[in-house]
Ligand binder design. Sequence first.
Ligand code: NAP
Length: 242
Amino acid sequence: MKTLILGGTREGRDLADLLVTGGHEVITSLAGRVRRPAHIVGEVRVGGFGGADGLADWLLDNRIDRVVDATHPFAEQISTNAAMACRKTGTPLLRITRPSWASHPLAATWTWVDSHDDASKEAAGCGKVLLTVGKQSLDHYRNLPNVAARMVELPEEPLPVSWQPLLERGPFTIDSEKELLHNLGIDVLVTKDSGGSLTDAKLTAAGDLGVRVIVVRRAPVPKDVAQVATPQEALAWVNRTS
Ligand code: NAP
């Protein structure tokens, strides 16, 4: 029984570890966005499949028995493709949905917006911005002059010269996040609702320092896709469907 993990997240890496330790055959798929991805246990393949039909063919060609979509909550296209390809091929699909920050104790104090463009408009004229939206979304914010942008790797396109890039991979602590916000003189934190506990220290730190927070909402998960919140629950699903 072979499991495909659509990865690129901590949850995907943790699930690969759990499955390999449990003696399962597993392939993790990465889009190839990051030049130096974190280590993943087990077999790894890199690159797109060529849309939903390409993924469907790939599932059949590689005799995949089930798929776990552990991609980032904002990787919407691949999740849609996975739902279509699994429906077409009759392959069981499970989505690991990282819990949203909508239930964070401070969530009601933040400005929630539907898109990066709306977040950019909200942040304009509000002072110095800390952008933690990932390198793929930076283009929406190029109109903002006073920006520190945190990301794992620089994007291909050069950043505006006035911007300060911060190349770091989380997790971060509340104390280190407070130090960063304070030292850089940040007025506004812009983030997307990535959710979970790995990168939420910045939200508490911003609350403690009175830094305004703007959050980009998630799109809903495709209908009819079973969901769990953790890699441990995904392991239980794999064991049940083996
Ligand atoms: P996306 O917009 O949903 O996907 C765009 C295209 O990239 C897909 O149609 C697919 O190409 C390819 N792709 C995406 N994820 C893939 C995977 N795991 N394996 C093989 N091909 C994949 O996704 P994205 O936002 O570019 O994210 C790409 C990867 O980065 C994901 O693995 C995601 O977990 C990770 N990531 C994303 C974010 C984010 O904020 N978006 C943050 C952290 C990590 P084809 O149509 O050719 O198959």
